[in-house]
Design a protein around this ligand. Sequence first.
Ligand code: NAP
Length: 253
Amino acid sequence: MGNPKRLLLLGGTTEASELAGRLASDPRFDVVLSLAGRTASPKLPPVAYRIGGFGGVDGLADWLVRESMDCVVDATHPFAARMSANAAAATWRLGVPLLTVIRPPWTAVDGDRWQIVPDIAGAVSALGPTPRRVWLTIGGNELAAFRAAPWHRYLVRAVDRPPADAIPPGAEILLARGPFDLAAERQLIATHRVEVLVTKNSGGSATAAKLAAAREAGLPVVMVARPEKASGETVADVSAALAWLDHFLIGRQ
Ligand code: NAP
């Protein structure tokens, strides 16, 4: 066996953590997981890791050269479009292979009452002028946009407490990290008398139960569509990513 392949894994998702776990014991790979540093106490991986931005495309390209990386696996969240664009540009410039792992989006099924909006501003407008009890599951980054509609009563579920100046007036904050099950989501809707759910179309199973619970309760859902994401070769899950690495990175030596 030759030298292990040096691999930068861009993370912040369940898929990235799982991939790190699977690659940790594979001597053919030498993995560095990268996290943005948004979460106060991230789950630390069983591989080498680094935390914080690279400094745009140039910073990332420099880092890839300095660290002699053979490949980049972009397993960032479907809404992390800037990091993916930077990864696409830096790897293109250097001729380093890029694999993108992106889980399929959720799709509406019978009984769903989704209103699809293009972005968070669209979600704020979709809530309308009449006060409603709104459950927000959009993370902390873009929460401040809802301060423009202070007549609603917000329940915000997030992993970390959002900064005080991002929180809509009177909002209740519920700190929790998925996965969430259907019984708990049903209970939450009932306890907080939720009238509408706002979510991003993240996809995946860890946070999908809220959609089933909303369907059962007949609740409308404001669904923020995914941004366009620059990508390399694309796969939908961890097994396909492992197969790709095996075939294209190791197999072509
Ligand atoms: P973003 O808008 O695409 O990225 C903004 C900047 O943050 C990037 O330009 C980069 O800074 C830095 N960055 C992002 N991901 C990074 C990573 N894995 N390692 C090092 N630097 C990173 O991303 P975002 O939407 O703020 O998301 C930040 C992180 O949270 C991502 O890792 C993502 O996977 C995770 N996450 C996001 C969401 C979401 O809804 N957006 C949900 C769950 C998890 P430089 O330009 O300085 O390199």
